[in-house]
Write a protein that binds this ligand. Structure first.
Ligand SMILES: C[S@@+](CC[C@H](N)C(=O)[O-])C[C@H]1O[C@@H](n2cnc3c(N)ncnc32)[C@H](O)[C@@H]1O
Length: 166
C-alpha cells in the first residue's frame, strides 16, 4: 500500500481520485485512533462503513475476529481491498452482511444526513453489548448526524471518536 503521511497524523494515497460525493482527498484515521479502535473491537465481529484507505480496517483486523468492510467506490474495491488482511471481507452491498455485529465503525459520507442514515444502519446491525464507533466527531456536522442517539462518549483525538455502547 503506497500511503503517505499527512500533516494531521492521518495518511493519504497519491492516486486517490477523491471521495465520491465531495471529491476531497480521503484521509485515514491516525495511528492513535487506530490503536483505540483495535482495543475497542478486540475479539468482535466488526462491520465498517467506509473502507477508505483501509487504515482503520487493518487496525481493527489486528484484534477483531473478522471485519466486513463496506464502501461504495470502485477505486477502493480495486485498489485498497486486495491488500487487506485475511480476516477482512469487502462488501459492495449491506444486504450481503449478517445482522448482529459486535462492533460497527462509521466513517463513510460525512454529511449529517448520511451519518444519521449510517447510524441507523449501525443500530440495525448491532445487538445488546455491541459498540458503535464514529470517526470525525470533531466535526459539528458529524455530531449533528449522530444526534438521534444519546449516550455517546466523545474521545478527544485529532479527528475525534464517538463511542456508543448499545
Ligand atoms: C474518510 S474515508 C474512510 C477512511 C478510513 N477510515 C481509513 O482509515 O482509511 C471515507 C470512505 O467512505 C466511502 N463512502 C462515501 N460514501 C459512502 C457511503 N454512502 N457508504 C459507504 N461508504 C461511503 C468513501 O468512498 C471513502 O472511501
Amino acid at each position: 500500500m503506497s500511503l503517505q503521511p499527512h500533516h494531521t497524523g492521518s495518511f493519504e494515497h497519491p492516486d486517490d481520485p477523491g471521495e465520491p460525493t465531495t471529491g476531497d482527498p480521503r484521509l485515514s484515521v491516525t495511528a492513535l485512533e487506530g490503536q483505540i479502535l483495535a482495543a475497542l473491537v478486540a475479539g468482535r465481529m466488526v462491520l465498517e462503513i467506509g473502507t477508505g484507505l483501509g487504515v482503520s480496517t487493518a487496525a481493527m483486523a489486528a484484534t477483531a475476529k473478522h471485519v466486513a468492510t463496506y464502501d461504495i467506490d470502485a477505486w477502493v474495491h480495486d485498489t485498497i481491498w486486495p491488500d487487506l488482511p485475511d480476516n477482512v471481507v469487502g462488501v459492495k452491498s449491506l444486504d450481503d452482511v449478517g445482522r448482529a455485529f459486535g462492533a460497527v465503525f462509521i466513517d463513510g459520507d460525512h454529511s449529517a444526513e448520511a451519518v444519521d442514515r449510517d447510524l441507523g444502519v449501525a443500530i440495525e446491525h448491532s445487538d445488546v453489548g455491541s459498540v458503535i464507533i464514529a470517526h470525525d466527531t470533531a466535526s459539528l456536522v458529524v455530531r449533528e448526524g449522530l444526534a438521534a442517539s444519546s449516550g455517546w462518549h466523545w474521545v478527544d483525538t485529532t479527528h475525534g471518536l464517538g463511542v456508543l455502547w448499545v
